[in-house]
Design a protein around this ligand. Structure first.
Ligand SMILES: Cc1cc2nc3c(=O)[nH]c(=O)nc-3n(C[C@H](O)[C@H](O)[C@H](O)COP(=O)(O)O)c2cc1C
Length: 400
């Protein structure tokens, strides 16, 4: 993926002697798939759990296992390796390695490389809950954070011992997200504030029933992640979705169209860009029953719907760049063109939600992007994260 912050980056993956070592193979694979050049360093203890060949086969690059290995260029040249790194990830990071790093001990390839680097170092601890709670570990971590190291996790859950506690290695996706965010910090959206809406709003009929739509929230969250990975400060206003909040993004949960309007009004004041990927309900029930509406024999339930307000009309920030989405099942371009004019948007992204391979709930999308002059750009089918970058590229031109 060309526009991913990990693409073409030199990443050193340090793997230390935890039972969670096997998860580092998945991490090495994911980083490589995203275009990173991953050199792995295994501590002696890590090699008790896992074989270097697993990493070599996945990354197709050198794996360092011994500081004094004359046949391994990277081992001997660990200072050069440290200097050329864009970032170092230690996952899993044992209590022992955290202690060593915090005291500057460099008796192995990982310790020497970390001492010699200026690149950001991300530590993903994994250990028994009591080991993690121990004041020695906590003090070591606090000192490392104070020195500018980044820490991802650990998570709460069941550990190898069978005990439940705080000590599980963060999942691969979270470690990748933290790394992407750190690598993208100074990109073209740094200093920019972006507000994104996502999900499908819900309008109550009674305490148990709602009117909603099929929007999954995936498109809005993909834009949020892409903007975060380009250095933006991102807020997402999210109508109900089953998705986890992305790392490093402020998420405000709302339910109805009126909640959405209120929230946009509050957050848009000091934002540079508003991207409205949420599917906002056009109608709501005129009255909401206070108790559950009972099913009575031979009796239908007639619901009167009233129009929801126009969300954009309450925005008070004139310099805001506004990007809308048009989810259509017919006459896509014509309907999207009408919407960009009626809503006075700077760009509109139209997608055909009648197709099952794109749009609602899919990981991919195929869209048209239309500007206020009516110029239509057809984009091929791509992942929602890639599409998010395409949209952000065009918004960047407007910002300039
Ligand atoms: C089966 C087993 C599992 C272990 N799991 C962990 C662990 O998850 N986290 C940890 O901090 N230490 C764990 N240890 C202890 C470390 O392997 C030990 O402290 C070692 O010295 C770490 O060396 P390193 O940090 O240089 O890799 C484990 C040890 C054994 C025998």
């Amino acid at each position: 993926m060309n526009n991913h912050p990990l693409n073409n980056k030199n990443v050193i993956l340090g793997v230390t002697g935890s039972i969670a070592c096997y998860k580092a193979i998945d991490l090495a694979s994911k980083l490589t798939q995203l275009g990173a050049k991953v050199d792995t360093i295994l501590t002696d203890s890590a090699q008790q759990f896992i074989n270097p060949i697993s990493f070599k086969s996945i990354t197709h690059r050198q794996v360092v296992t011994n500081l004094f290995d004359l046949d391994n260029e990277l081992a001997v040249n660990h200072v050069a390796m440290a200097e050329s790194a864009d970032c170092i990830i230690v996952a899993p990071a044992t209590a022992h390695t955290l202690a060593k790093i915090s005291h500057g001990i460099s008796d192995d390839p990982l310790g020497t490389t970390i001492l010699a680097t200026n690149a950001p170092v991300i530590l993903a601890p994994a250990m028994d809950g009591k080991m993690f709670e121990n004041p020695a570990t906590q003090e070591n971590l606090a000192q490392l954070i104070q020195r500018g190291f980044f820490v991802c996790g650990p998570e709460f859950g069941r550990m190898a011992s069978g005990l439940v506690g705080l000590g599980r290695l963060s999942n691969t996706q979270d470690i990748v997200q933290v790394t992407s965010m750190i690598l993208g910090k100074n990109s073209d959206y740094s200093q920019k504030k972006i507000l994104i809406t996502t999900g499908g709003t819900q309008e109550d009929l009674d305490p148990v029933r709602t009117i909603t739509n099929r929007s999954s929230g995936k498109m809005g969250f993909a834009i949020a992640e892409a903007a975060r990975d380009r250095g933006a400060e991102v807020t997402v206003i999210s109508a109900p979705t089953s998705l986890n909040n992305p790392i490093g993004i402020n998420v405000e949960k709302i339910k109805s169209a009126i909640d959405m309007q209120q929230s946009i009004e509050n957050h848009s004041i000091d934002c540079d860009v508003l991207i409205m990927a949420a599917a906002v309900g056009d109608w709501r029930a005129k009255t909401i029953a206070k108790t559950k509406t009972k099913k009575l024999k031979d009796q239908n339930w007639e619901i009167e719907l009233v129009k929801n307000p126009d969300i954009l009309s309450s925005i008070k920030n004139d310099s805001l760049i506004k990007v809308g989405f048009a989810a259509e099942t017919e006459n896509l371009v014509e309907n999207a063109k009408n919407k960009i004019t009626n809503k006075k948007l700077d760009l509109i992204v139209g997608n055909d939600v009648s197709r099952t391979d794109i749009g609602f709930n899919s990981d991919n999308n195929e869209v048209v992007i239309i500007n206020p002059y009516g110029e239509v750009e057809n984009l091929p089918k791509m992942s929602k994260y890639e599409l998010a970058h395409e949209i952000l590229d065009r918004v960047q031109t407007l910002l300039n």
